[in-house]
Design a protein around this ligand. Structure first.
Ligand SMILES: Nc1nc2c(ncn2[C@@H]2O[C@H](COP(=O)(O)OP(=O)(O)OP(=O)(O)O)[C@@H](O)[C@H]2O)c(=O)[nH]1
Ligand SMILES: [Zn+2]
Length: 365
């Protein structure tokens, strides 16, 4: 398979020459998702003698990093840790880092992290008002909901906002189709479409295997995919089906509900056909903080309508001449979709306010 390039050392400040040098060294690392954009960044961020590798596992301060020679364990240097302002500045799964390998190549130290091309992040679960990285440099996200207990269009919209905000392409997966009839499945899809969601939907069953081929087909060599969704929807089982082994543990479910929380860490897996897959633990909450592009992308119907409101700062509640309210009254816009828009926007703005307040306080201290 030719989607690979070889690494090389990068010299700081030599981005022009780095790019040139890359032509003949740009081999195996592109198999891990490296492209020219990162090469240019490496010229800026890495120092002489350092190499780049991709983070595949993060586990309590230990990083597993992978380059063309394989995986080794790495630690971040004190200097690098000191330069980070928040947990989001720390490497997460999918990040490209500059590192120095030990002489025998058995371990490494992380000295810098390259900027992210795309990312998945959410507000920490619970009261904590801070962003938590889920994965970095992701090309597309599979948002999984199961056809039975987990299906919920409002939650789907919440995931879509998160995914769009991080410049990641969304794909919807409806899992466990073996538990519903063909008519029921059709109705679920219609419900998604009625909410104005046009994202591609792939219906799958890990039991019968239906839809799995379609997933394999959308996954391209050298591209990175992340699987997100609630606990128990079948993410790990899907990965096991795609990898063809049982490397990930799955949880057994009782008759009454979904599986227990079984995935304990995030990891990047390279599939045989060359695509990469990042597994994430099931999420109970997808809190939003300061999302703007993500909201615009996912609620573009409301954005477009509001251009026709009489007042440019219309809140679409009680103002005269509101195009959004009119569209709802006339049945052109789903009330539920609009209510979810208001809810997510308020939540995101509120969190952004207290986040800004917290940061300001930290600065003055
Ligand atoms: N009926 C049915 N059950 C499935 C399907 N896929 C997975 N399951 C079952 O659902 C349960 C949960 O599956 P997992 O793959 O562990 O779910 P998960 O999304 O990885 O869960 P977390 O690791 O907690 O995030 C297991 O008992 C699976 O056997 C499916 O397509 N149909
Ligand atoms: Zn309005």
């Amino acid at each position: 398979m030719v989607c690979c390039y070889s690494a090389g050392s990068f010299v700081k400040g030599e981005s022009g020459r780095v790019a040139e040098k890359i032509e003949n060294t740009f081999m195996k690392l592109s198999e891990l998702g490296l492209d020219r954009w990162f090469i240019d960044q490496a010229g800026e961020f890495c120092e002489s003698g350092q190499q780049i590798a991709r983070v595949t596992v993060v586990d309590r301060g230990w990083y597993t990093v992978r380059n063309e020679d394989g995986e080794v364990l790495a630690r971040a240097t004190g200097r690098f840790l000191h330069s980070t302002e928040s947990t989001c500045d720390m490497p997460c799964v999918g990040d490209w880092v500059c590192l120095r390998y030990q002489d025998d190549g058995s371990a490494a130290t992380i000295h810098a992290m390259l900027p992210r091309k795309s990312f998945l992040q959410r507000k920490f679960a619970g009261k904590r008002v801070e962003l938590q990285m889920i994965a970095a440099n992701v090309d597309a996200a599979f948002i999984v909901q199961s056809c039975n207990y987990d299906f919920n269009v409002s939650r789907l919209e919440r995931y879509l906002v998160m995914v769009n905000e991080g410049r990641v392409e969304p794909l919807l997966i409806l899992s466990k189709t073996d538990l519903v009839s063909a008519d029921e499945l059709e109705e679920l899809i219609a419900e998604i479409r009625r909410a104005g969601i046009n994202t591609r939907i792939i219906a799958i069953s890990n039991i019968t295997g239906s839809g799995l081929e379609e997933i394999r087909e959308v996954m391209d060599c050298g591209r990175t995919y992340c699987i997100v969704g609630s606990s128990g929807v079948g993410k790990s089982t899907l990965i096991n089906r795609l990898t063809g082994d049982d490397s990930l543990k799955t949880g057994a479910v009782g008759d009454s509900g979904e599986g227990r929380h079984t995935t304990v860490r995030r990891q990047l897996i390279v599939l045989e056909q060359g695509a990469m897959l990042i597994d994430t633990p099931g999420m109970r909450e997808v809190g939003l903080l300061g999302v703007s592009e993500g909201m615009d992308d996912n609620f573009d119907d409301i954005q477009e309508l509001s251009l026709s409101c009489r007042f440019s700062n219309c809140s679409h509640t009680s103002e005269p001449g509101c195009a959004v309210v009119k569209a709802i009254e006339e049945g052109d816009l789903q009330e539920e979709h609009f209510q979810n828009y208001l809810k997510l926007k308020m939540e995101s703005d509120c969190n952004a306010l207290s986040y800004a307040g917290k940061r300001k306080k930290k600065k003055t201290l």
